[in-house]
Structures are given as C-alpha cells and as structure tokens.
Design a binder for this molecule. Sequence first.
Ligand SMILES: [Ca+2]
Length: 333
Amino acid sequence: MRVIRRLRMGWEPHFFAAELTSVPPFSLFWGSFHSEIGTKPEGEFVCLFVCLFVFTVFAGIGMKSSFVFLLLMSGVVVNIEPTPEAALLYPYGLDKGDSKNPKLDDGTSKRVVLSVPFSFYGKEYETLYVNNNGVISFDTPVKQYTPDPFPLADGRPFVAPYWGDVDNVLGGEIFYRQTTDPALLKLITQHINQYFPSIPFTATWAFVATWDHVAYYDSRSNKGNTFQAALTTNTKTSFVILNYKDIQWTTGVASGGDPKTGLGGTPAHAGFNSGDETNYYNIPGSRTDAIINITTTSNVNVPGRWVFQVNELELIGVPTEVPHAAADKRCWL
Ligand SMILES: [Ca+2]
C-alpha cells in the first residue's frame, strides 16, 4: 500500500525504488545490481527496471507480456545512458575551417591579420603567428626551440601553451583559425562566465590554435602531444584558454632530450610573456619533468585547462596538482 501511495503522489523513482527493493526477492537483485551500476542516478533507474521485470515474471503474467515489458524497459534504459563528458578541446580541423601549418621543423604559420585587435597587457595586437614550437607570438615569429623562463630579456610578447621542440615533419599537425562562429563563441562565453563570474563578458571573436599529436625533434618514438590555445575577446576584455588533452613528451633531442622517450634535458615551458618585466606567468612545472603532468593541473578546476584574463593581469585560483609549484618562486600562486 505504501508503494501505491507513492505512485499516487507522483512519480518519484528513487523513493519508489527504495520501497520496492526492500521486499524479497527484489532485495537480492537490488543488492547485486546496485553494487555494480547503482552508484549514479541513472543506475538507480536501471536497478528499478530490472526489479520491475522480475516482479512481472513472479506475478505470473506470462512469458509473452514479460517479453514485451522487457523490450519497453530496455528502450528506456538505453535512453537514460549518461551523457558523455564535455570535450576539453574546442572543435578543430580542416572541416571546421582551420588552416594548417606547413611541414617544417621550426616553422610557423603565415602572418595572420586579426579581424579584431587582441588586447594583451595594455597593448593591442593586430597580427600574430602560430609557431610550430608551441607558441603563439604577436607581431614577430618565434623559431627558438629550447624554452627560456619568463620574463624574457628581449621582451617578445607571446602566449606559450607548450614551448618545446615540436617537429611536425615527424608527426602531427598544427591547425588554427579565427572565428565568430556563434556556437563556439557561446561555448567560450559560458566557460569564461563560469570561471570569472564577476567579470561581465560575451565573446565576440576567438582564435583557436591546436597542436594535434605533434612529435618532437629527432624523435625515435611514436609519441605525440595534443594541446590547444584559444584567444578570445569582446574587444575590451580578453582571455587566453589553454587546453592540454594528451602530453606524452617534454623535450626535443636538441634540447637534451632522450630520442626514444622525449624526456629529460630542458623540458617544455608553458605560460605567457607580456613583453614587460612584471606581467608574465610560468605555469607550475614549466622547464621541469613535472610539466608532463599539465594534463592534470588547472587554475579553474578543470584538469588540463588553464585560463587567464590578459588585457590586464589577474590570476585566479590555485593548481589542483603541481608537484614543484611551491618551490618555484617565479610562479604567482
Ligand atoms: Ca622544432
């Protein structure tokens, strides 16, 4: 009767399941199924429907109707599959309208003229280069393959998602595009609003550069790194989003790395350099072996994602896991 009362009060599957599954023999099924798949909300539904099916059989309704019931319930279960996790990387590739860098060890994109100036620490830039070695630079290309810590003595302004000796001749591709695609701008706006709730922001333009499974210089392995940098602005406020999907190597051979592992020597460096001596940031672990763990660190509580407001310096949050961060006094954390 208590079960019927529940149904009359409205469909409350969780409570209904609790009532039904407390009665033998359903409790036996509930226990075994719940331990495997019932730890998530959708698992509760699966457990409930399995118990209902068993109930139908036990009630002697007959095999034919039980079979129909099973078909109906299996359809429901399929429909309540959990949704996949949001992708870390923004969409990229030739089918998204990307351009692709030429195959050249220390090469760069052509000079890209921006349709909207990008504000980067008090200066507005109208051109940039996507450099193979993991750097987006303003006004002048960067061919340097062994990274230096920031601030750089020569004042070059650039964003370094993963500054190391990439060689796209040996593997991988480097894509880029500037875009005003409403769907992508909406997604980027949602992310920025989530991470910086006190800053009013609606993206009107974005630039997305993606290094897709790129190899390291003189590689004797199949290792590849996949990472991305997105610049976005509303013409006044600007942000940089760095996404690290898969990092398998840290160092090219000319930077002291092992040709078989891509490790050791002077590892890759991540962060940005404004061009002056005060506005810069080195992501913890940079130029140490720990940079390979950058897929697990974050300042916005999304593993593998680092986000910065860059029209003026404002850093937020703390990394979730950075082994050497505390000892690195260059890191502003
Ligand atoms: Ca290179």
